[in-house]
Every structure is written in structure tokens, then in C-alpha cells.
Design a protein around this ligand. Structure first.
Ligand code: FES
Length: 202
């Protein structure tokens, strides 16, 4: 086999076969590396996207997880203190998706003064069923294991009917300033761990 001495190559001669093979192999490695890295880069982007993505807000600027949510106007509550149940509609954001205007829970509201409202999460603190308000009997009742609560959310302890709930209904903060200034009821909607004596927000 004969080899070409590079020093004998003139500029208008093609490069020798060995050099051509070397260049072709080098190019194939580079292109293969780029093509192989592309799916890895896409995968990493998908994995880390939620960590770096700025939190979106919907038209109402409502993002669940600590913010106040508008529930109703004060006019919609009876003056006699009877609780009314309302859905909580808010924008929800999980690690991957944004859900505008979703039902994320429900609350009971009751008027307790000219500009004072009490709010309770409808979830039973025992194991998480939804309580309802027994209108004729003036108390909250959970159908799952018979927890019962007074109209102000306190537990009803009846020796004949043990109440399995470890605590009172979970009260929620109402934005008093907005209520006084606008007559609108904004509630800091939160869910709490069930089955615990203490009220611990999730
Ligand atoms: S979940 Fe309400 S009493 Fe058990």
C-alpha cells in the first residue's frame, strides 16, 4: 500500500484518503453528539420548567395558596346570622398547569354584625367529608360519622352521640377592610389537615 507524503501535496490536489476519512469521522461524531443531546436538553427543560416559570395570574389575579378570594357581597347574606354556603372559584396553579376560574372548595358565610362576617371551610375536620347546614335545626352536620357543630363553628359535644371531630370547624380570615369599604366579602381560602386537634394549614 502506498501513502502520500503531505509535503508532496500541491494546493490543487485533493486531500489524501486518510485525512478525508478522519474529517468525515470527526464530522459524524459532532453531528451525532448534537442530535443525541437534543432530546436530553428538551427533557431537562420539561423537568425544570415549573421551577423557573413565573407564577401566572388570571384576569382576577387570584392564585390559590394564601391569597384572598372574593366570595360574595354582604347583601347576599341574611341579617339573622343564618349561614349560607358558597363555592370558592379561584385560579389554580400546580407544578405543570394553570387552571383559571376553577371550583377549589366551598365555604359557609354568616353575618354576625353590620360589617362583620364569619367564614368557615366546609370540610369536616374529622376526615374531610363536607358538612352541611341543617337549616331547621340550626347546626352543621357531617353525614360521614355524625360530627356536629354549632352555628358559630364550635363542636357540639353530646354524651349520647360522641362527636369524632378533633376540633371546631375551620374558620377562615375575612378581609375586614374590603368588607367595610366595598361591601364585598373576600376570604383567605385555605385547607387544613384533618384528624388533628390543632388547625394546621396545608
Ligand atoms: S368526616 Fe365528618 S364526621 Fe367523619
Amino acid at each position: 500500500m502506498t501513502t502520500t507524503n503531505p509535503e508532496n501535496i500541491t494546493p490543487d490536489q485533493p486531500p489524501p484518503r486518510e485525512r478525508r476519512n478522519f474529517l468525515a469521522e470527526g464530522a459524524a461524531i459532532v453531528i451525532g453528539g448534537i442530535v443525541g443531546l437534543f432530546p436530553v436538553a428538551v427533557g431537562l427543560g420539561v423537568i425544570f420548567d415549573p421551577l423557573f416559570r413565573p407564577k401566572k395570574k388570571g384576569p382576577g389575579g387570584k392564585v390559590i395558596g394564601g391569597g384572598f378570594v372574593r366570595i360574595a357581597s354582604l347583601d347576599s347574606l341574611p341579617e339573622n346570622g343564618q349561614p349560607q354556603q358558597f363555592p370558592v372559584i379561584a385560579d389554580r396553579l400546580d407544578a405543570w398547569n394553570y387552571f383559571p376560574d376553577e371550583r377549589v372548595g366551598s365555604v359557609f358565610l354568616r353575618r354576625v354584625g353590620e360589617n362583620e362576617v364569619q367564614a368557615f371551610n366546609s370540610v369536616c375536620p374529622h376526615l374531610g367529608c363536607l358538612v352541611s347546614y341543617a337549616r331547621g335545626k340550626n347546626y352543621f352536620h357531617c353525614p360521614c360519622h355524625n360530627s356536629a357543630f354549632q352555628v358559630d363553628g364550635e363542636k357540639i359535644d353530646n354524651p349520647d352521640k360522641p362527636n369524632p371531630s378533633p376540633r371546631a370547624l375551620d374558620s377562615l380570615e375575612v378581609d375586614e377592610e374590603k368588607l367595610t369599604q366595598t361591601g364585598e366579602i373576600w376570604v383567605k381560602f385555605q385547607n387544613f389537615y384533618t384528624g388533628k386537634k390543632e388547625k394546621v394549614a396545608k
